[in-house]
Design a protein around this ligand. Structure first.
Ligand code: ADP
Length: 528
């Protein structure tokens, strides 16, 4: 058979292109092939010309090409197909079939590199999706079991996993405890609940703080892997969970369907284990914080209940002491001597002071224990403030302190409040202003309307408060202690102010400069 005659310039181009070109006549005998085709299949041009297609190609390649040629002829169209060779070269080929009236031309291209790149991109994409899913679980789930179970679900689909074990390091016992797992029955989990350091794969990983990967376990006699071999696991990877160098536990994954993991898969497991370690540590810190907070709250509750109960118990005898002292003082039938009168007055003064303290304690106890059933009502403020200023005036006069009431509001303006509490708030702020201002000082009361709220400011030119103390002074029993000044107090007044104002729907605070004075303020919602 004579080879087909191709014009020299076309032949020269065919000889140079990187695809293999085979031409067959209608009986599928080779009439032409270019240099690349010869190299492709290690053929020799001379010996194959005129041979039938099934003498040139074999196996899957022959089968696929014949099928594709038949298809092309039947539909009278050019076609394209991909062929994955199962031989040693594992090549991916792309074949184009061009049919014509006098024969068939087959163009074969090696696309192995492209397929590898596509495969890598696909794998990386899957890994990225997996990592982003993992990140979601780690971010939004709060229970370790929930996190690990859902992570395992994602990973098992991708890596053919059948089991996972998460051991936690129990510091007090110096052992590992199985915290979470999947893929084994509960009864078996009970049996392997505790592991010593150095025992089985997880114990070794914890001891050495290094990953262990076991492959082909079904054929292994290594004593270390016998435990997992018993679960029919063939490939197993166990990672230490470390947070800032501290051992938290181990996390391991196993497959009974495959004998080994690729390096890339192990890298992925490693990345996920690191994230899990950080998350588990975060969860444990949060639950520790919660536990401590609850403990503190319980202790605080106990303290306030005790205070409330004790102050109530103190009040009755105190009232009776004051009552009898007043009877002695007022007795005209048997009048007291001047000396006795002086002493009774001291009893009365100290007694009243003690009673104020007891009442304050009772109030602070009430704040924390009682659910306030107080009803707030629209209250006119202008007259109330005038009254309170009048009440404080006498104490201010003892220090020659001037109180200027510059509250400038419409007499009909009302705020939502409870009169007793509001009176107490104003009294506390004004009496503090007097207490913490030197003789001949000045106190100014002003008012502002801001966004449906009325703001009242009590400004003094007293000793002022250092910035770092300004928030603390609103906590119960907190006082800025100054032995030299020796100012009496309990540290309750401002705590009551803050609580009462908060209950009435407003806010309170202070701006102050040590040595220059303080502006204590509060707001209340205006009633329309
Ligand atoms: P008390 O006056 O009984 O100590 P308070 O709760 O009323 O308790 O006040 C807490 C602390 O805040 C006071 O001990 C004082 O140090 C500081 N303080 C309160 N009001 C003023 C003020 N007007 N000027 C300076 N310091 C003040």
């Amino acid at each position: 058979m004579n080879p087909i005659q191709i014009p020299p310039h076309i032949n020269s181009a065919f000889e140079r292109i990187s695809d293999g070109i085979f031409s067959f006549n209608n009986t599928l005998q080779l009439t032409y092939m270019n240099k690349k085709a010869i190299n492709f299949f290690h053929l020799t041009n001379d010996s194959y010309l005129g041979k039938h297609i099934d003498e040139i190609f074999q196996g899957d390649l022959l089968y696929t090409l014949q099928k594709q040629i038949a298809h092309s002829l039947s539909i009278q169209k050019d076609t394209r197909t991909e062929i994955h060779l199962k031989n040693d070269s594992k090549q991916w080929l792309e074949a184009y079939i061009y049919s014509s009236s006098d024969g068939i031309t087959v163009l074969i291209r090696d696309i192995s590199t492209r397929m590898q790149v596509e495969e890598t991109i696909e794998t990386k994409h899957k890994q990225l999706v997996l990592l982003s899913e993992a990140a979601n679980h780690l971010l939004y789930k709060t229970e370790p079991k929930e996190i690990l179970d859902s992570l395992f679900q994602e990973l098992s689909a991708y890596l053919d996993l059948d089991v996972y074990f998460n051991y936690g390091y129990d510091q007090s016992r110096g052992k590992l405890r199985l915290m979470n797992y999947q893929g084994i029955p509960e009864s078996v989990a009970k049996e392997i609940e505790w592991l010593e350091f150095g025992e089985a794969v997880c114990g070794c990983v914890a001891q050495k703080r290094e990953r262990i990967v076991a492959e082909h376990i079904d054929q292994s006699e290594d004593p270390l892997v016998q435990l997992v071999k018993g679960f029919d696991i063939k490939a197993y990877a166990c990672h230490p969970l470390l947070s800032a160098g501290k051992l938290i536990g181990t996390l391991s994954f196993g497959s009974s369907k495959r004998s080994k993991f690729t390096e890339e898969e192990l890298d992925l497991i490693f990345t996920i284990c690191n994230q899990v370690a950080i998350t588990l540590e975060k969860i444990s810190l949060i639950s520790e914080l919660k536990r401590k907070k609850e403990e503190a709250e319980r202790a605080n509750q106990g303290k306030t209940e005790f205070l409330s109960m004790m102050s109530h118990e103190f009040r009755t005898p105190m009232n009776s002491i004051l009552g009898f002292a007043q009877i002695l003082e007022a007795d005209t039938k048997e009048p007291l001597t001047l000396k006795q009168k002086d002493k009774v007055q001291k009893i009365l003064k100290s007694g009243r002071h003690l009673l104020t303290l007891i009442n304050d304690l009772l109030n602070i106890g009430k704040i924390n224990t009682e659910i306030t059933a107080t009803k707030f009502e629209a209250t006119t403020l202008k007259s109330l403030i005038k009254e309170i200023v009048k009440m404080v005036q006498p104490i201010a006069e003892t220090k020659n302190i001037k109180i200027c009431n510059r509250v400038c509001i419409n007499g009909k303006l009302k705020v939502m409040a409870e009169t007793t509490r509001l009176t107490q708030v104003m009294l506390n702020l004004l009496s503090n202003a007097v207490k913490y201002t030197d003789n001949n000082g000045k106190i100014v009361l002003t008012s502002y309307i801001e966004n449906n709220y009325l703001k009242i400011v009590v400004a003094d030119n007293g000793i002022g408060i250092p910035p770092e103390e300004q928030e603390k002074i609103f906590t119960p029993f907190y006082r800025i202690f100054d032995r030299n000044m020796n100012i009496e107090g309990t540290g309750i007044g401002l705590a009551l102010v803050k609580q009462y104002i908060h209950e009435m729907g407003g806010e309170s605070g202070v701006e102050s400069k040590p040595g220059h004075g303080s502006n204590f303020w509060f707001t209340l919602p205006i009633s329309h």
